[in-house]
Design a protein around this ligand. Structure first.
Ligand SMILES: [Zn+2]
Length: 111
């Protein structure tokens, strides 16, 4: 049997996998599925927080020759060259790209 790493997973996704396996006939015993669902529901909640996503918003301010950008989630401001993929104040992952005020993608490249 393959060793499973101790990553955090979503219970809902685990239940979907189990339901799909039952629907596809890969698991035959309905009682077994119900028992596994019960065990999944009994798992303790992981000690993690949801990741907040945001973006750097260009302001009309400048520091020297550099434009100042603000975190869309908390307003924390930095110079253009100091932007990172995370907000140094609230910890939001600043990876959302907006076009015409609609989210079009999640940025995956580094600055
Ligand atoms: Zn922030």
């Amino acid at each position: 049997m393959e060793v499973i790493r101790d990553d955090y997973v979503c219970k809902i996704e685990a239940v979907k996998i189990l339901q799909k396996a039952y629907t596809e006939g890969r698991i035959k015993a309905k009682d077994g599925c119900v028992s596994i669902l019960h065990d999944l529901n009994a798992l303790p909640k992981a000690d993690v927080q949801p990741v907040k996503h945001g973006r750097w918003v260009r302001t009309d301010k400048s520091m020297g020759v550099e434009t100042v950008y603000a975190c869309s989630e908390c307003g924390y401001q930095v110079r253009e060259s100091d932007r990172t993929n995370y907000c140094g104040d609230c910890g939001s992952k600043l990876d959302i790209i907006y076009q015409d005020d609609k989210v079009t993608a999640v940025k995956v490249t580094e600055w």
